[in-house]
Write a protein that binds this ligand. Structure first.
Ligand code: ADP
Ligand code: ADP
Ligand code: MG
Length: 457
């Protein structure tokens, strides 16, 4: 099915938290009506309070509310919504949901179901990258459920290996294998975990690179075969394969590497006639300057604001405009990026206790108000952080003329950012901002786990 672009007037926002609030604001700015959906746990959330209309779609568990496809479609139809904005997580990469939207004449603000299908299976996406001459990590051609087939496929790849669930995401469904003697056991475990977490036990194999950076490229496609790259982000500050801090531009890239990454990404997106905002993720080896495709996320990314403050491009607005048929030329005739941007994810977690979730009432909330500092958040003083969803409560985004100035500004911002009542990752970020390896940008994707936290799991 096509998910054809068309004008719309009333948007249902199928998400919660900061991204839902952001979409409410974008709808307002564009003169569109907004409808928030919420679970019983979220009735006093900002996205609910600020949308033109709000409707409860079910109880707290996501499966019964934010993932309840039929209830959401039913709500959209009953309130005469002609578009749905998916945000990130939840139904944002669910091809079946896009089909449902299409069948009910509702515009899904995002790519066609087929694009999501092609890219959502990470092993198929790899094949597509190969077909488009995009370098991929040395690895297996296919994904396997059979241990023996996987073992056979592993013979041609150098150790260490990384087993990856083809349906995986959010940093889950991955397992490092250090040598052949433990391959079979690791495969069984990874496949069983993937089956449990994603309902799919198929695993593919990649060479595991030990000293790399995660670099990703923001793209916008018009759905007709034209796509542009809007800068890259370095997301190498990760804990257990999950991003904590993201920066733009990626300061370690030479201008040639940068240009190559942008061109490659735009070409891949154009090749699949991609529509809307998407991100092509790579791992980058600073020693050899080689880069390898790892996956594409067919949605807006959590860290998109660093690109927005750097380039002045409003990516959420772009999603809305492209969905209504705007051409890329009309939206952004040229790019104009300047300075350096950094985003810090503030999660309701006790970072000193293994990042354990720490829900509760925010008794005091006083975010910094200073130039070059942006907060994307939907919480407020007295808000109760509930335990049912992702623990991110805010993103602190800094923009300055250089990376060094951005780091200084970030320290100032954290000093005047008061959050009481719950534990957050703010202390982690403040400690990072005193660390020389981070300040000097001398880290890799394993650095937080192995060096900074000394967690050698
Ligand atoms: P990003 O990829 O945008 O940097 P994350 O990896 O943190 O950010 O994912 C964004 C959100 O989507 C998180 O809430 C994460 O839990 C969720 N998410 C991403 N992929 C999946 C998936 N395959 N299954 C379930 N949740 C996912
Ligand atoms: P997810 O779908 O969970 O986001 P990704 O494939 O994007 O999974 O990988 C998440 C992270 O795992 C990357 O950002 C990187 O840090 C690490 N990673 C992925 N593939 C490799 C690899 N082949 N070698 C080393 N690290 C990898
Ligand atoms: Mg990823």
């Amino acid at each position: 099915m096509k998910n054809q672009r068309s004008k719309f007037a009333k948007v249902l926002i199928a998400n919660r938290g900061e991204i839902a609030l952001r979409a409410v604001k974008t709808a307002k700015k564009l003169g569109l009506q907004s409808v928030a959906i919420y679970s019983t746990a979220d009735k006093s959330s900002q996205h609910v309070l600020q949308a033109d209309e709000a409707i409860c779609v079910g109880p707290a568990p996501s499966l019964k509310s934010y993932l309840a496809k039929n209830a959401i479609i039913h709500t959209a139809l009953s309130l005469s919504c002609d578009a749905i904005y998916p945000g990130y997580g939840f139904l944002s990469e669910n091809a079946e949901f896009v089909d449902l939207c299409e069948a009910n004449n509702i515009k899904f603000i995002g790519p066609a179901a087929d694009s999501i299908r092609e890219m959502g299976d990470k092993s198929t996406a790899r094949k597509l990258a190969v077909k488009n001459n995009v370098p991929v990590v040395p690895g297996s051609d296919d994904a396997y459920e059979s241990r023996d087939e996987a073992l056979l496929a592993s013979k041609s790849i150098n150790y260490p290996l990384l087993l990856k669930a083809r349906a995986g995401g959010g940093g889950r469904g991955m397992q490092i294998v250090t040598d052949g003697s433990v391959f079979a056991e690791a495969f069984q475990r990874c496949s069983a975990e993937a089956k449990n977490a994603f309902g799919d036990g198929y695993i593919y194999i990649e060479r595991y690179f030990e000293e790399i950076r995660h670099i990703e490229v923001q793209i916008l496609g018009d759905g007709r075969g034209k796509a542009i790259a809007i800068g890259e982000r370095d997301c190498s500050v990760q804990r257990r394969h999950q991003k904590l801090i993201e920066e733009a531009p990626a300061a370690i890239l030479s201008s040639e590497s940068r240009q190559q990454l942008h061109e490659t990404s735009a070409m891949l997106a154009a090749g699949v006639k991609y529509e809307g905002a998407g991100t092509i993720e790579f791992i980058y080896d600073p020693k050899t300057t080689e880069f390898f495709f790892i996956e594409m996320n067919t949605r807006i990314q959590v860290e998109h604001p660093v690109t927005e403050v750097l380039t002045g491009v409003d990516l959420v607005e772009a999603q809305f405009l492209i969905a209504q048929g705007a051409s890329l030329n009309n939206i952004y005739p040229e790019q104009n990026s300047s300075g350096h941007a950094i985003e810090f994810r503030i999660n309701a977690e006790d970072w000193e206790q293994n990042f354990a979730p720490n829900p509760g009432i925010i008794s005091h909330w006083s975010p910094p108000k200073m130039p070059g500092v942006r907060i994307d958040s939907a919480v407020y003083e007295g808000y109760q952080v509930v335990p049912f969803y992702d623990s991110m409560i805010a993103k602190l985004i800094i923009h300055a003329d250089s990376r060094d100035l951005a780091l200084l500004r970030a320290s100032d911002a954290f000093r005047s950012f008061a959050i009481d009542g719950i534990k957050t990752t703010s202390g982690f970020h403040q400690k990072m901002l005193r660390n020389n390896a981070f300040l000097n940008n001398e880290i890799s994707t394993r650095w937080v786990d192995e060096v900074f936290l000394g967690d050698n799991r």
